[in-house]
Ligand binder design. Sequence first.
Ligand code: PLP
Length: 504
Amino acid sequence: MDVEEFRKRGKEIIDLIADYYKGVDSYPPLAQVEVGYLAKLLPTEAPLKSEPFEDIIADFNAKIMPGVTHWQSGNFFGWFPSSYSFPSFIGDMLSSMINCIGFNWICSPACTELETIVLDWLGKAFGLDESFLATRSDGSSGPGGGVIQGSASEAHIVAMLAARERMLHTLRDQGLSEEEVASASTRLVAYGSDQTHSSGQKAAMVIGCKFVSIPSDDGLRLTAAALARQIDKDRAEGNIPFFVCGTFGTTNTAAIDDLAGIAAVAARENLWYHIDAAYAGCALVCPEYRQLCRGAELADSFNVNPNKWLLVNFDFSALWVKNSCYLRDALSVTREYYRNDASDSGLVKDYRNWELPLGRRFRSLKLWFVLRMFGIEGLQQYIRRTVALGEWFEQQLLSDGRFEIIAPATFGLVVFRVLPDAVDLQRHGVDPADEGAVDSLVSDVDERIYKLMIADGRVFLTDSKVRGRHVIRACFGGTHVSQKTVQTLITVLKESADKILGRP
Ligand code: PLP
């Protein structure tokens, strides 16, 4: 493919993409294929000779597309969304055009400098404390700043590595020998709650420390008191607490941990305080959400994924740290082949020292286009529209009378389940006084309703368990979710419930 053919084909592909997005709601949101379907359709070896473009596109349409789950469909309400926008698409295309590997400033100064600037813009748009920013309001630059990670999971790992580094510094400062520090490093303990995203435990696995999931309270939140109790227990056993993750918007129910209370414990006990706001943090672009995040200003690191709910195409995870020196100490490995005058001067950021990989794409272009083309007001409108759709769905559920809300639509996520009163206990031979039997029947009925909705195929949403009870989750943050698609969701839910429960 030469440049003129690229010009021609590229335009055709833009048409294909535009047509896809125009009709995306008409696809079944969940791929309707069997496991291993693709191996039956594709050859077992790569072609030896070049193949015509038309054949490849024909195969893309006939063989690849049927195996795609349409996350961008308005009928997709699963997990947390992967929102997109055309401005972000364009930023991504230009990133592909430049195709630099921006590990050091010199690799493409614009790649590094735009990242620093747009993460400051975004941090300000979220109302983050300015100690997280690279440049403060008085123009001075501090040790803080933002960096784009590939995912919140990577952010969790690098935050934990920085935390470990800080703790090892502290132990050395306390006069421990290198041997004692090495021994202490085997007794490090990281904390989250039983609702913390799995990436907390994975980060601990990667860095080789213990991870304790502290039981959450009735509101599925990590509390300061529970954290303090667990720390006391671990210290008594000779362990060294060093890290805690507080979550702003848990995966299961979008619950908010006691962020301010945890901050106080973390400060007293010298723990690194990481806040995982992967999904719900996007809402901070609207000032009315900021009081829910009080305490975040006291954290050491703060993470939000604009690729979930802020119209930036995957992948884009923003991590801010107050003191990047621990990140850099934990992650810098310099070889002669990376050295250059700019790096040696110490005046530039070399983001390879802020992340796990060496290579990095020019991802900041996506956010730059999104922030400029929507403006902060456009993003606020998007978040509020999503939340309003969730609230409307919630009202429909409540007026139906057969469901209870487990998590309200504050963040455009509604978690619900069938009410015990809506289930005919007598027909199932269950004694109403037997709480365990009622619970398990209701969970079973809830799951059957959910499975019927998925089998129907018009919509896709996910389920989970909260305190062992089956629940259904519907998230309204996708770019194409609309009143029309939410109406389809309500229809499918009511029809499925009618079949399992009988009409209300
Ligand atoms: N944190 C929370 C609260 C999440 O809900 C998720 C994923 O949904 C993650 C972290 C992990 O996100 P990522 O895929 O960016 O690693």
